[in-house]
Design a binder for this molecule. Structure first.
Ligand code: GLC
Length: 554
């Protein structure tokens, strides 16, 4: 049934509770503030909210260092507030997903405290230890330049412990059956509180073998199956959306050949190549990435995104491709991070050029998968490069021209809203864009609305059409005898592009524009000839003049 696989046609919006809306004036966003903003998110067309970590944490990695999996950090509210929040989302027909950070805990987690203070405790084996520094301790760091090693000596335990990420994030020994049981319990807990699924952090590391002798971790894919089975036994429609920046030839290992493992993964391959195409106008590598990630089981789905809370990771591009993206979007070394990425938000990367920002989002909304928005991108927020590492793109939401962008009434909050300049809250905020029918916010809302009426993209199979130009990408989606064609021009110049829709049933020589009156009729040569503006885009449905789906039982 169409609606059963809800994640296929969802619009996901990710946010941090702490930077979204402060209701009590203490300078930190909270669940009550977020609840007040739900009508806004519903109006935007968001169907699923993904919350970044909000559990108790020393906060040394933006909450990705959890010290209690079964609670809400008191900065953000209480478990009661969380339950009110999920209830309020459900009232509005929205679902909630939460981050599941189980590769590691904080070093302040009671499990680790006990593990390090008492090697005889059962918790000792919940982490990964070595008596001597492993020879490859300097390999495989995730944050080069900031993190020096993946093994650190613990004075209390007098042993070395493994940490794939920062040294305050000891890795859990996920091969330990007790740890495995605890991970399921964590999922069960949040399911019981009403969530519809998890964005699972760092999946390849969660399932990789760990230990002093492990040079090249081996993924234990069956662990994914056990997670899924548990989830579906407890709550039939709950899903996992994996953060797994992996090569396409392992995609099916993650999804499972029969779709028995993960329901969703972020498509990092397409993400990185999208930025290459935005930077150069060359659609070749993006087409390759789309083809390489095409195969997936019927129930599986990609999460497609532009920017997230981390750096834009370009590590999978060839060095000269990466250099081209750096040159276009992050030429200043301070805009780059970890030698592989760009730490900026999308709008400033595209020089605030509305045409290019629209092109990027129009593309994201029409790539195969479920679109995932990052809070603030719908109004074109910028970054604050004076903040360290990835913090620069995690500033508070800009609601209005009131002090601190209306985010808080606190006179001096520790999270500072971006102020002044082209991206300051005085110029970029929700309230002003709400009033302006031509604002980017209202454009985004209209596009999301249309995207939700185009299930072909979510459900269908796609074909890359042979366009007469390499700087134009033309995709067709087919689903239940309906087809849409989406065309994007990555060039700074207007152009004329010719392509065959590939559909030749009765009435199918017409492409009905879903967004304007500018339809297209097939020429005598059997091709469509479309004139596109610089960075122009078109969404068409094949056949008839009604823009809605024709041949389907929705
Ligand atoms: C993931 C998160 C990132 C975090 C890391 C460690 O990559 O996206 O923000 O720092 O995991 O938990």
């Amino acid at each position: 049934m169409l609606n059963d696989l809800w994640y296929k046609n969802a619009i996901v919006y990710c946010l941090s509770v702490g930077t979204f809306m402060d209701s009590n004036g203490d300078g930190v966003g909270d669940f009550q503030g977020l609840v007040r903003r739900l009508p806004y998110l519903q109006g935007l067309g968001v169907t699923t909210i993904w919350l970044m970590p909000f559990q108790p944490s020393p906060g040394r990695d933006n909450g990705y260092d959890i010290s209690d999996y079964y609670n809400v950090d008191s900065k953000y509210g209480t478990l009661g507030d969380f339950a009110e929040f999920t209830h309020a989302c459900h009232e509005r027909g929205m679902r909630v997903m939460v981050d599941l950070v189980i590769n590691h805990t904080s070093d302040q987690h009671p499990w680790f405290r006990e593990a390090r203070s008492d090697p005889a405790s059962k918790y000792h084996d919940w982490y990964v230890w070595a008596d001597r520094q492993p020879p490859h301790a300097r390999d495989g760091v995730v944050f080069p330049g900031v993190q020096k090693s993946t093994w650190t000596f613990d004075k209390q335990a007098k042993r070395w412990f493994f940490h794939r990420f920062y040294d305050f994030q000891p890795d859990l020994n996920t091969a330990n059956p007790q740890v495995h049981a605890e991970l399921l319990k964590i999922m069960g807990f949040w399911l019981q509180l009403g969530v519809s699924g998890f964005r699972m952090d760092a999946v390849p590391f969660v399932i990789g073998t760990k230990g002093a002798k492990v040079r090249q971790p081996v993924e234990q894919y069956d662990m994914l199956r056990s997670f899924r089975e548990f989830l579906q036994w407890r709550t039939g429609d709950a899903i996992i959306l994996a953060e797994a920046n992996v090569l396409p030839d392992t995609d099916l290992d993650y999804f499972g050949d029969e779709g028995e493992r993960l329901q969703m993964m972020f498509n990092f391959q397409v993400n990185q190549n999208t930025f290459y195409t935005l930077a150069t106008g060359d659609t070749g590598p993006l087409k390759k990435a789309l083809t390489a990630t095409k195969a997936r089981p019927a129930t599986a789905q990609w999460g497609v995104f532009l920017r997230n809370h981390d750096e834009l990771d370009l590590g999978r591009l060839a060095p000269e491709q990466r250099a081209a993206v750096f040159a276009a979007f992050g030429p200043d070394p301070d805009m780059q991070l970890y030698g592989r990425g760009i730490r900026r938000r999308l709008a400033p990367m595209l020089s605030g050029d509305r045409r290019r920002v629209e092109l990027a989002y129009s593309l994201m909304l029409t790539l195969p998968g479920t679109p995932v928005f990052r809070y603030g991108d719908e109004i074109g927020m910028g970054e604050d490069l004076s903040l360290p590492e990835r913090e620069c793109a995690r500033t508070p939401m800009q609601w209005s021209t009131e002090p601190h962008g209306g985010f808080t009434k606190h006179p001096n909050p520790s999270s500072r809203v971006i102020s002044g300049g082209a991206y300051g809250f005085e110029r970029v905020n929700v309230a002003s864009q709400r009033r302006d029918p031509n604002s980017f916010l209202n454009w985004t809302e209209r596009m999301i609305r249309m995207r939700r009426e185009v299930p072909e993209i979510s459900w269908g199979d796609f074909a890359i059409l042979r366009a007469s130009r390499n700087d134009v990408l033309a995709l067709r989606y087919d689903w239940r005898n309906n087809s849409v064609v989406c065309v994007h021009n990555f060039a700074a110049e207007a152009c004329t592009v010719k392509f065959r829709s590939g559909c030749n049933g009765p009435g199918e020589n017409r492409l009905v524009n879903l967004l304007s009156d500018d339809h297209s009729e097939e020429g005598d040569d059997g091709r469509h000839t479309v004139v596109l503006e610089p960075y122009g885009y078109r969404w068409y449905r094949v056949g008839g003049l009604d823009y809605l789906l024709k041949r389907s039982e929705l």
